[in-house]
Design a protein around this ligand. Structure first.
Ligand SMILES: [Zn+2]
Length: 300
C-alpha cells in the first residue's frame, strides 16, 4: 500500500469556504479535485465583522498549513452583491457589509473570490458530483433555508444587477407560512430542512427510520413534506425546464421518502408535466465548499 502523499507533494491547492448560517466548513482541494483536508466550526456570531473576517483568514491559513495555497473561494449564505459584499444581516451578521474578500486577500497575500452558497454548491455538484454532464442543471439546497441555482452551459443564471436570484422565496399554495421576505406563504418556510424539522417536531431522523421500516404514519409525514417541496419546484420547472434536478442540503437524505409526494405535486395535464431526472446530491455537506474551491481555481 502506498503512503498518502504529504501536503507539500499535493501541488498548488485552493481552499473553499462554505459560510453557512450555522456552521462554517473549509476544504483544501488539490488540482485533481480531491479534498485533502476538511475542517468545520460554528459560524462566528456576536463579534465585529472585521474581527470575524480576520479570524476566518487565520482559520483558512491553519487549514492550508503545509500546502501551497493558491487562492480562496467563499460560498456565503444569502445575498452577495456585485462587489462581493455579503448583504445578509439575518443569518450572517458577523460577515455582512464589509469588503470580506479584500480583508482575506490582504491578510493571506493571495486572491479571494465569493459567490452565493447555492451557486458554489451547484458548481461543486456540476463538476464533481450528481450534476456532471448536465447542460441545464437546477440545484435545490434544502437546508436552513432553500437555495436555488440554475447552472446553464457552465454558468450560473444571474439577476440583471449581477446578484443571485433568491428563488427559494416563491409564493406557493399551502398552510399559512409567513416569511421574513414578506410572503404570507413562502416556499422556504414550508420546504426547507428547518421546515421539515418543524413538521416532524425535530424527529426527522427517527421518523425516517420508522417510515423506511413500513410505518404508514411516519411515511405520511414525508409525503406531506414531499408535496411541499414539489409546490415550489413545479414553478421552477415550468420556468426553467432544466435537464436535471439535484437536491442537496440536509433534507436530501430523505429524498427517497419524499419523492413520491413530490412527483405527485409536479403532475400537470399531459404535455405539461416535466420529464424530471431527479438525483440526490453526491457531495453532501461539502458541495458548497468544494464548489467554492473550484471557483477559486478558475477565477482568483
Ligand atoms: Zn420567503
Amino acid at each position: 500500500m502506498n503512503a498518502p502523499p504529504r501536503p507539500h507533494e499535493a501541488g498548488p491547492v485552493t481552499v473553499g469556504v462554505d459560510l453557512g448560517g450555522t456552521g462554517t466548513r473549509i476544504v483544501v482541494l488539490d488540482a485533481d479535485g480531491t479534498v485533502r483536508r476538511e475542517t468545520s466550526s460554528p459560524t462566528a456570531a456576536g463579534i465585529s465583522p472585521t474581527r470575524a473576517a480576520a479570524e476566518l483568514a487565520d482559520s483558512i491559513a491553519a487549514a492550508a498549513a503545509g500546502f501551497a495555497l493558491r487562492a480562496v473561494g467563499i460560498g456565503a449564505s444569502g445575498p452577495v452583491d456585485r462587489l462581493g459584499v455579503i448583504r445578509n444581516p439575518d443569518t450572517l451578521p458577523a460577515y455582512s457589509d464589509i469588503p470580506i474578500t479584500d480583508i482575506i486577500s490582504d491578510r493571506l497575500g493571495i486572491g479571494c473570490v465569493i459567490d452565493n452558497d447555492a451557486v458554489t454548491a451547484a458548481i461543486g455538484e456540476h463538476n464533481n458530483g450528481a450534476g456532471r454532464g448536465s447542460d441545464t442543471l437546477l440545484v435545490v439546497t434544502l437546508g436552513t433555508g432553500i437555495g436555488v441555482a440554475l447552472f446553464c452551459h457552465g454558468h450560473a443564471a444571474r439577476a440583471a444587477d449581477g446578484s443571485h436570484p433568491e428563488a427559494g422565496h416563491l409564493a406557493v399554495n399551502g398552510p399559512s407560512a409567513p416569511c421574513y421576505c414578506g410572503l404570507p406563504t413562502c416556499w422556504e418556510q414550508l420546504a426547507s430542512r428547518t421546515a421539515l424539522d418543524r413538521l416532524t417536531g425535530n424527529r426527522s431522523a427517527e421518523l425516517a427510520i420508522k417510515a423506511r421500516t413500513g410505518d404508514p404514519d411516519a411515511a405520511a409525514v414525508f409525503d406531506v413534506y414531499g408535496r411541499r417541496v414539489g409546490a415550489g419546484l413545479g414553478t421552477l420547472l415550468t420556468l426553467l425546464k432544466p435537464d436535471r434536478v439535484v437536491i442537496g442540503g440536509g433534507a436530501a437524505r430523505y429524498l427517497d421518502l419524499a419523492e413520491t409526494g413530490m412527483r405527485r405535486s409536479l403532475r400537470r395535464a399531459p404535455g405539461f408535466t416535466a420529464v424530471l431526472e431527479l438525483r440526490a446530491a453526491e457531495l453532501g455537506n461539502l458541495a458548497g465548499a468544494i464548489g467554492a474551491a473550484i471557483l477559486a481555481r478558475r477565477t482568483a
